[in-house]
Design a binder for this molecule. Structure first.
Ligand SMILES: *Cc1c(COP(=O)(O)O)cnc(C)c1O
Length: 336
């Protein structure tokens, strides 16, 4: 099977399976799991933070960050397209009594600094207290540039806001720019990173922050049922995600670019190749092709996509350069 739905479908590597089978473990709720502790120490050091917390998912990492920065009646500023606004079940509002203030995302994924400024509410009983700016990088496969991050950080600092990064795919952003992940995370008070997407771990995300934030997040994690016991079993694979899988993302980016260029040559697809900066290709399917028909016919040939006129095709470890050719040739057969 060639599965383009997401980089979350990646299988753990053989090295991960071996490391999991041999991991030294303990009860992590007591702080006794050496493999979890080692992962957290390693991540904090690599990315330049006081502390790191290993959590079950990216959604949980973002929720813990929002709940640790904000109190009941506070608000966070984020993009309309932000995962932690649109795709996390409204968790901050439901579980944290925190109001989101979504703002337009520009075509490049950024939020205008002037829009951020204008959305910060005065200290007045009518308003929620604006506490936090939350950005996402990559966002829809696009990379936010480093100057923008620096300016956003200054704005947040000058206006007394904290700044969070949903860095689910921050490793892709770093590799695309040829810089270290820490060069990006330096601009933020907290960062969430998914280890189970392009980095191929089976489970888990990391939340980074200062000691106070990680302390609060640890308490919320337990309350939300996320305190895990012999979690070293999965932390062993998560460590390899950070040490062995980051550089490999360049292959995914190359394959995505190749795919975008090939689709752009076909009249049935509209693709803006300039927006293909990491491992995601967005393509609009021509009116005369039924997305459900296409999805079903591809499935017969062992190729999985999500049925939509606005296709999102994601490259990852389990899609090779040859799989890209197979996919494009199969598309041509089906369509013509
Ligand atoms: C996948 C994703 C998350 C959430 O991760 P889960 O592990 O699926 O909960 C958060 N933010 C972004 C940008 C993501 O792509």
């Amino acid at each position: 099977m060639i599965d383009f739905r997401s980089d979350t479908v990646t299988q753990p590597t053989e090295a991960m399976r071996l490391a999991m089978s041999r991991a030294e473990v303990g009860d992590d709720v007591y702080g006794d799991d050496p493999t979890v502790n080692n992962l957290q120490d390693m991540a904090a050091e690599m990315f330049g933070f006081d502390g790191a917390l290993f959590v079950s998912s990216g959604t949980q990492a973002n929720l813990l960050a929002l709940m640790s920065h904000c109190e009941r009646g506070d608000e966070y500023l984020c993009g309309q397209q932000a995962h932690n606004y649109k795709f996390e079940g409204g968790g901050a509002a439901v579980l944290g009594s925190i109001q989101p203030q979504p703002l337009n995302n520009q075509a490049d994924g950024s939020i205008l600094l002037s829009d951020i400024e204008a959305a910060i509410k005065p200290d007045d009983v009518h308003f929620a207290r604006t506490r936090l700016l939350s950005l996402e990088n990559t966002i829809g496969g696009k990379v936010l540039n480093q100057d923008y991050l620096s300016q956003a950080q200054s704005l947040a600092f000058n206006r007394g806001l904290k700044i969070h990064l949903d860095g689910a795919r921050v490793a892709n952003a770093a590799v695309a720019q040829g810089i270290a992940i820490a060069d990006i995370t330096q601009y933020f008070d907290s960062v969430s990173i998914c280890l189970s997407k392009g980095l191929c771990a089976p489970i888990g995300s990391i939340l980074l922050g200062d000691e106070r934030l990680i302390g609060k997040a640890t308490r919320w994690r337990k309350m939300l049922g996320g305190g895990m016991r012999q979690a070293g079993i999965i932390a062993a694979a998560a460590k390899l995600a950070l040490t062995e899988q980051v550089d490999r993302l360049a292959d995914d980016h190359y394959n995505a670019k190749t795919l975008a260029l090939l689709l752009a040559e076909m009249s049935e697809f509209a693709v803006d190749v300039s927006l293909v900066q990491t491992n995601m290709v967005f393509a609009t399917l021509a009116e005369h092709i039924d997305p459900k028909m296409l999805t079903a016919k591809l499935a017969d040939k062992g190729i999985i996509i999500s049925p939509s006129r606005q296709l999102r095709l994601v490259t990852h470890k389990d899609i090779s350069a040859n799989d890209i050719s197979v996919f494009v040739n199969t598309l041509k057969q089906i369509i013509r």
